[in-house]
Design a protein around this ligand. Sequence first.
Ligand SMILES: CC(C)(COP(=O)(O)OP(=O)(O)OC[C@H]1O[C@@H](n2cnc3c(N)ncnc32)[C@H](O)[C@@H]1OP(=O)(O)O)[C@@H](O)C(=O)NCCC(=O)NCCS
Length: 159
Amino acid sequence: MSIEIKEIKNLNPLQLSQCIEISNRLFGKGYHSKKYFLKKDIVKIVALNKNNIIGFFIGKKEIKNVVIDCIAIKRRWQRKSIGTKLMTFYFQKFLSSKDKVVAYAWKIKNKMPAGKINYKFGLKPVKNMGKIWKNKCNISFKCSSYNKTCICECVKFSN
Ligand SMILES: CC(C)(COP(=O)(O)OP(=O)(O)OC[C@H]1O[C@@H](n2cnc3c(N)ncnc32)[C@H](O)[C@@H]1OP(=O)(O)O)[C@@H](O)C(=O)NCCC(=O)NCCS
């Protein structure tokens, strides 16, 4: 498999729809808007296979922190180190050892898909934020995990 990792400042319409599709499938339809991916103050790093986006990483610099806003790998490409490659690219090209990094992991039924990858990059759980999506879940986006109520929690990680 030959995977290319690169930063894309302006996603073209096809790349934009590929990111939206990945997000819709993983987080629920409507979770990320097109506007989200077109924002100028975010860093967008993508993983490409044969020129198609199979994963994306969104990071942003805030006043005090660097925030890993989202990392998502198409289901059939997960657990093949692509998430690790996206994180490595960001940490090497955009961060210094002094940066305070914050990431938010989604926890469902006591499992945290992003827990291990966060640990790998020196981030540890610092706070359980609770059900931060409750007011939006199944309203502004359709989460596939929704089960009569929102069942996902958010855990804040930091270095
Ligand atoms: C979490 C995610 C980004 C990891 O990307 P990936 O390409 O599958 O990760 P990697 O193959 O680089 O694996 C990194 C580590 O995480 C572990 N891991 C990957 N997916 C996992 C999962 N679903 N549950 C538990 N651990 C997982 C791997 O075993 C690996 O550990 P190792 O290096 O000790 O073997 C990806 O699974 C994903 O998109 N998940 C759904 C969306 C999500 O939860 N995003 C994070 C919140 S925004």
